[in-house]
Design a protein around this ligand. Structure first.
Ligand code: EPS
Length: 389
């Protein structure tokens, strides 16, 4: 059985839940490290008041004993502290009260799932849409991805991310060792490597907020130590770059994804795009450059995997856009909801984790076994085969 997970829960409900199946047994789970990843997702300049309410921590309720996975499905929950303010509104039992008391939503926000969801599921209270479509759900995707990240770390695979752009402010691109990339972005309120850019981005976000607007950006994630041969060219749905693209596009508000130089590859000749193949005793086969971001034929080539994603501005605006009331069909322009002016730094953390998940899944497809020991033996066997090649 391949690695899989499902999530459940609403943004203002009691908790978010995830069930992960297919993890090997005997894998040590570092709870502190996992909660650190959840904490990273909560940070970032431009977040709204909700993040001051929440203190995300994962509570495991299945599949782990004495700090190690048992091979059984892993179940975890993350409490929504804000739920105490929504107990009645989010009650699973029928409640009495006016629309206002129930916080019924009938004015769809452009850019949100509100109207599509209402039409599709025939829901006259759009709260039933927004409660689930909220980016709050990325909390448990990070928790699940953090387990995948720990599995990958067992085999020397490391991940880091950064913010490349927020609105019109672009960060200078610096090639850095992964440890330095991590420490510099961790010290930054907007997850950039350069303090000057950080200041400019903060001022820019302040201005956007003052204008009652929101802003998106571009994020990048890099994965080092990925063995050659994950994914496959033999079938469309086994191409790992395609699976990563799907995972990144599934992050709330993401509108595009690139691998390596991505869209730039359509603007320059092939001689400047493809990465020449080299061989040396110590490194074996490798590439002179990494413009293709670690993939050829949908298969990893042993170079770092480089993924970029673009996040649109959050659609909940203090500066209202034109929409239509679903009760009266009349136009309206004023609906103010609490939200974030910019969640790009948080999205960068989410992207690291959905990418970690896809790579872990492909890793287990190639080296899968029911225990960590079995996987390690399979990997060693493969590495010996590569050396003989
Ligand atoms: C979100 C709206 C805001 C964000 C939320 C995503 O929540 P609220 O409606 O409670 O103010 O804070 O993000 C999170 C809660 C989170 O954990 O990232 C939305 O509409 O998508």
């Amino acid at each position: 059985m391949s690695l899989r997970y499902l999530t459940a829960g609403e943004t203002h409900g009691p908790q978010l839940t995830a069930i992960v199946e297919g993890l090997p047994s005997n894998m040590k789970v570092d709870f502190e490290e996992l909660n650190f990843q959840l904490h990273r997702r909560q940070k970032g300049y431009g977040r709204g008041r909700r993040m001051q309410i929440e203190k995300d921590t994962a509570e495991f309720v299945g599949g782990i004993r004495h700090g190690y996975t048992t091979g059984a499905p892993v179940a975890l929950v993350v409490e929504n502290k804000d739920w105490t303010h929504w107990r009645n509104i989010m009650n699973i039992e029928p409640i009495e009260g006016t629309d206002e008391e129930k916080r019924r939503v009938h004015r769809p926000r452009p850019g949100h799932a509100d109207l599509n969801g209402g039409l599709k599921y025939n829901l006259k209270d759009l709260r039933n849409v927004l409660e689930r479509s909220s980016a709050r759900e990325t909390t448990v995707r990070v928790a699940v991805g953090a387990i995948a990240r720990q599995l990958l770390a067992e085999f020397g695979i490391q991940i880091a991310g950064r913010v490349l752009r927020i609105g019109e402010i672009e960060a200078p691109y610096e090639e850095l060792p992964i440890e330095e990339l991590r420490s510099r972005t961790e010290a930054s309120s907007v997850r950039v490597t350069d303090p000057e850019t950080e200041k400019k981005m903060e001022a820019y976000i302040d201005q956007i907020k003052k204008d009652g607007d929101s802003i998106g950006g571009i994020v990048e994630c890099v994965v080092e130590g990925v063995p050659v041969g994950l994914g496959s060219y033999v079938q469309y749905d086994r191409k790992l770059d395609g699976r990563i693209a799907q995972a990144v596009m599934s992050i709330n508000a993401f509108k595009g994804v690139e691998i390596g130089i991505g869209f730039e590859a359509g603007t320059i000749p092939g001689s400047q795009v493809h990465d020449e193949i080299l061989y040396s005793e110590d490194k074996g086969y490798h590439r002179a450059s990494n413009r293709l971001g670690g993939f050829e034929g949908g298969v990893t080539n042993g170079m770092p995997v480089v993924v970029r994603g673009v996040m649109k501005p959050i659609p909940t605006l203090y500066k209202p856009l034109q929409s239509v009331d679903i009760d009266t069909k009349e136009p309206f322009t004023a609906q103010v909801e609490r939200s974030d002016a910019c969640a790009v730094p948080a999205a960068s953390v989410v992207m690291e984790h959905v990418v970690a998940w896809e790579i872990a899944k492909a890793f287990l497809e190639k080296f899968g076994g029911d225990s960590i020991e079995e996987i390690r033996a399979n990997l060693e066997n493969y590495n010996a085969q590569l050396e003989r090649y």
